[in-house]
Design a protein around this ligand. Structure first.
Ligand code: 5GP
Ligand code: MG
Length: 185
């Protein structure tokens, strides 16, 4: 394992078991509605691609690019929406917003607001991870695979300064590693 990683939090196998659980619920809830899954780039790219392959129902996929972190391990507090779906894709359709992790809540709150403004009907939210922290913004999440404590995690799509997205497991980053990059973890 990379020396900047402290420990494995979720193995590849545990991740896939969590995905199966959530995918079964999603299939039951959406099988007749051809939902549009709107995935937040870039962190949810691995999650959404594994998730849709466990959902053998008609569905669509679109993307939204929200960014708030830059190269830091702490949120800048500002969310910028750089790419959003075309209104035709989501207007009047059941929409499932998909993200890697719910932390302060700012990203999902901004994304939800945007999708409602685009006319999404029945908007729900699905996250791979929910962090047990005090949220800056109150956000409702309808489906989540795992809950984790307050530490900075990488792998399975989640990065630190652009690295580690390709790890097949989830790991905690060493606080010293984040500090060496000039920022507190
Ligand atoms: P929020 O807006 O809820 O504070 O943060 C959501 C975004 O921050 C996530 O989509 C993710 O990109 C990033 N983020 C929050 N916590 C972590 C973490 O522990 N590790 C990584 N790699 N990114 C995180
Ligand atoms: Mg993200």
């Amino acid at each position: 394992m990379d020396r900047d990683l402290e420990r494995v939090l979720l193995t590849e196998r545990e991740i896939h078991e969590g995905l199966e659980r959530v995918a079964r619920r999603l299939v039951a809830d959406y099988e007749h509605d051809e939902p549009c899954l709107v995935a937040c780039l870039r962190g949810s790219l691995v999650f959404v691609s594994d998730l849709i392959r466990r959902m053998p129902i008609p569905l669509r996929v679109d993307f939204l690019h929200a960014s708030s972190y830059g190269a830091s391990a702490t949120s800048s507090g500002k969310v910028e929406l750089r790419l959003v779906p075309d209104a035709e894709e989501v207007c009047g359709r059941r929409v499932l917003l998909v993200d890697d992790i719910l932390d302060s809540g700012r990203t999902l709150a901004a994304a939800q607001q945007k999708l409602v403004a685009l006319g999404a009907g029945d908007l729900r939210t699905c996250v791979f991870l929910e962090k047990r922290v005090q949220r800056a913004v109150d956000v409702r999440v309808d489906y989540r695979c795992f809950e984790i404590g307050d530490e900075f995690v990488v792998g399975y799509g989640l990065d630190f300064a652009g690295r580690y997205r390709n790890l097949p497991y989830l790991a905690a980053l060493r606080p010293e590693a984040a500090a060496r990059a000039g920022r507190p973890a």
